[in-house]
Write a protein that binds this ligand. Structure first.
Ligand SMILES: [Ca+2]
Ligand SMILES: [Ca+2]
Ligand SMILES: [Ca+2]
Length: 249
């Protein structure tokens, strides 16, 4: 029994080491750009400008004044798989009044057609709550705009972490970026493979709209694939159960 247990533990260790997937797709702190023109070579099309002093921690950031249009960066059709989750992290400034705001970070498949695979999260003033998300037709999900946070975020920086897996889209928000999570929201998906991936990441009013009179900053945008943690954990749980069964014999 002892020999069997250690042999399986070795197999589990192999599982963990070979499951080291993960790749950084976008890692953007806006510090490398000399000016708005340089930034627009990467984040194209929209009216956003490079701000030198109002970024997180007094750094550079992306500033959107609310005029019409999104700044867009192309992606190579990225999506979660059974082995890897897709994780989006970013910081967004909130001016303390979300009743006038229409600003988001978005991911979408191109062309926009049913099923959409269209995701946007941020402030949408005509939906209840402080922060909202548009999760438009993913496998097993038929939602559109939903309230993510009923709680009012204090003015200043908030950090969003969005995890796309085949089973769910989960949104965590840390008000104040103090390391303490304040919002946990999740929509279940049906576990099937995605038939499309995200071809664009967008900064600005959702779907290229406008947010007149409202200036918002975005900073520290990270989009990456991360190994799904479950298989190793489940294997360990399975081994624990196997060891208990063997002890009972
Ligand atoms: Ca920055
Ligand atoms: Ca506002
Ligand atoms: Ca917090």
């Amino acid at each position: 029994m002892r020999g069997t247990f250690f042999a399986l533990t070795g197999a589990t260790a192999l599982c963990i080491s070979t499951a080291s997937y993960g790749a950084v797709i976008v890692d953007e702190d806006f510090e490398s750009y000399a000016d708005t023109a340089a930034m627009a070579a990467v984040w194209a099309d929209g009216p956003g400008t490079l701000d030198a002093t109002n970024g997180y921690g007094g750094s550079k950031a992306f500033m959107h004044d609310g005029s019409t249009g999104d700044n867009i960066q192309g992606l190579a059709s990225v999506k979660p798989t059974a082995a890897e989750n897709l994780v989006l992290k970013f910081k967004m400034s909130n001016d303390g009044d979300t009743t006038d705001t229409y600003q988001s970070v978005g991911l979408r498949a191109i062309p926009v057609a049913d099923p959409h695979y269209l995701f946007e999260v941020g402030n949408v003033h005509w939906v209840a709550g402080t922060y909202n998300a548009r999760i438009l037709t993913f496998p097993g999900s038929e939602t559109n705009w939903e309230t993510v946070s009923e709680a009012v975020a204090p003015s200043g920086w908030d950090e969003f972490t969005v995890t796309f897996s085949l089973d769910a889209i989960s949104i965590d928000i840390d008000f104040g970026v103090d390391g303490s999570n304040d919002v946990a929201y999740s929509v279940a998906l049906d576990g099937s493979e995605w038939t499309k991936g995200f071809d664009e990441i967008r900064l600005g009013p959702p779907s290229g709209g406008s947010s007149a009179g409202d200036t918002v900053y975005f900073d520290d945008i990270l989009l990456e694939t991360v190994a799904v943690p479950e298989p190793a954990s489940l294997a360990l749980l399975g081994l624990g159960g196997l060891a208990m069964l063997r002890r009972r014999k």
